[in-house]
Design a protein around this ligand. Sequence first.
Ligand SMILES: Nc1ncnc2c1ncn2[C@@H]1O[C@H](COP(=O)(O)OP(=O)(O)OP(=O)(O)O)[C@@H](O)[C@H]1O
Length: 724
Amino acid sequence: MSERKFVRTDTFDKAYHKLDGTVQKLVIAFLHTLQLNPNANSLNLKQPQAARDRRVRTARVNDNFRAVLLRDGETFYLVTVLEHDKAYKLAEGLTMDINKVTGGIELLDLSGLEESTRNSASGAPLVGPDAMPGLFDGVSDADLVRLGVNEVLIPALRELRTEDALLGVCEFLPKLARDVLLSLYDGKCPEEIWQKVTAPEQPDTPLTDAERGDYEAALTRPATLETFVVSSDAQELERNLLRPFSEWRIFLHPEQRKLAYRPKNKPYNGPVRVTGGPGTGKTVVALHRVAALADPQRGEGRGRILLTTFTTTLADQLERLLKDLGGQELASAVTVRNIDKVATSVARHPSATVPAMLGDLELLKRWRDLLTEQAEPGRFDSRFLLGEWTQVVLAQGLQTRDDYFAARRRGRGLRINRADRAEIWALIEEYERRLEQDQAVGFKQLAATAARIAEAGLEPRQQYAHIVVDEAQDLHAAHWRLLRALAPEGPNDLFVCGDTHQRIYDNRVTLGSLGIDIRGRSHKLSLNYRTTRQILAAAGDLLDREQFDDLDGGADDLAGYRSVLSGREAELTGYPSVRAEMSALVNRVAGWKEAGILPQDIAVVARTGALCDAALDALQSSGTGAIRVDAGKAPRVGDYVHVMTMHRTKGLEYRAVAVIGVSDQCVPQPAALTDAAADPLQHAQDLRAERSLLFVAATRAREALAITWHGRPSPFLVHRARAQ
Ligand SMILES: Nc1ncnc2c1ncn2[C@@H]1O[C@H](COP(=O)(O)OP(=O)(O)OP(=O)(O)O)[C@@H](O)[C@H]1O
């Protein structure tokens, strides 16, 4: 007899978590009975008379609720738990099939689909001069099938004539079909959709005819695991259901799964890079990759694992998510540290005095002080010198005057001659001498020291077999040299996730030149799980046609970047004064709260601390609980709207986001821009970072985004603002 298996869908989990506690307990009891004896009378397992699929059953949970499931031999596919009549209605139109392209199992809710198309079409003229064409008239059935749309869906899909009708049917479609149809609706051609949407879901080897009907084999395919999870017994199922529902822990997109979990005999033969726009699940992939490496059963890991990212706040968040994913056991198997702590752990001797750590603002001030004390004004200003020190000297680990004279200055816009180099080196020596004297050190300087120590050789117990990096776009060259030296070359050594469209610090690198060879091991995620299509479109416009690098000397773009979530358009609104903007903010936040969004799911974001203070003041004076989210501190828990600068928003997400003060005087922030005449390249890079900051802030929004300004709008907004 084959082993009894429970396969639950994401819809089952969602339905379970919406039930009240007493019904949940009954669902668990039902599962235990099903495990012990699927033929038990108390289950009242029935095949609806009008069922389209002979495998469909409903079963009794209590007098009001029934579970909907499919039985295929000893395998039970748990679909949902619904009120009695709704359960029967769903069960009658439900079928299950194996997708011909992906080999993944799909549930097809034909009654829901047909009813939704019928309702949306009622009243619309289908013939005559006013008849509306079908949304997909220009796409052949053959193309739809080739793209992975099951042919039984096609007649109903041909009835769709409006966007509302399409959005209405989305909830009844398998995930791939939904993604394909929305991409077609967005104007993408079948070929592009094949490449970006469907092909990545294909299994590694093409399906044979026999495999197309083999459900047992289909159960293990990544495309199935996007929607289904297999449990071997009711206890395991119960344990999983009792945890809070977070889809990302269980239901990965096939691309995400393939990246995170490698077959045993196919390790990555070197560093891997994962890119993708905001919200595409890079962090989720990084966490699952760590889980795969830490799982002794899988045999992928060879030793210590480090998970690192840019800030302490993000590292704390990663640690929390790692616990969500694999409990304390997983969290204890991994070192989670932000990159500065990694550097500190290598560079600082435990008994040495702890130096003062200086950020860029303080370092810039010290450059200014040094220059003011010079007898004669030199050719170089403080911003240039800070850049030269960090982007050339620390980035390359230059230690001597000769090294500096021989160094290439890639990415620096101002040409300098030998006399200039001599002048600059003398200033840098004096600058570093003063830092040492004051027992102070810059963060990148510390990283450069740590890299030097690690490159000279570390004890094996200080090294890591595997390093997983999140928010990689903001790491400095010295960080990369350090990480390279911390993880000796080998299978699965480095796994790097990042998105250069979100680079908000001026750290550009070419990984290859730093000993991190990602050739042939580069992957891009493109399905956004966070943000609606409307918000993505507005955020995408902020980037204009700016060029972005791919961390390795090439170019990156957001081709194929998309979302299947739908919602309201982003709002872009200008006001005559700050006062008017703040008063509108107070009303907007009140509106969001009235619509059921909790205060802690709302963020107010500004470019400067002063504007944050003004917003905080306006909100608090109106009686709205609000707090500032500051560096290094986890946001206070409670019913507060979070107010923060754009820099703080990195890696976070909220249901509603108001980005305020996006005026021409404030974004880009004049103080953050190098003078174009002094260094045109640097000026362009500073502008790009300012644009990315706004992009990062806007892409934190899941459902609602408002971008506002007073006076004239920021030049980054101009064509959107005009089009509104
Ligand atoms: N397979 C999935 N199923 C459901 N939700 C997912 C999935 N993958 C990611 N998410 C959710 O999408 C959101 C964005 O994911 P994540 O933070 O990993 O994206 P990211 O690419 O790292 O984003 P960013 O670059 O903007 O920081 C999170 O809420 C995450 O839980």
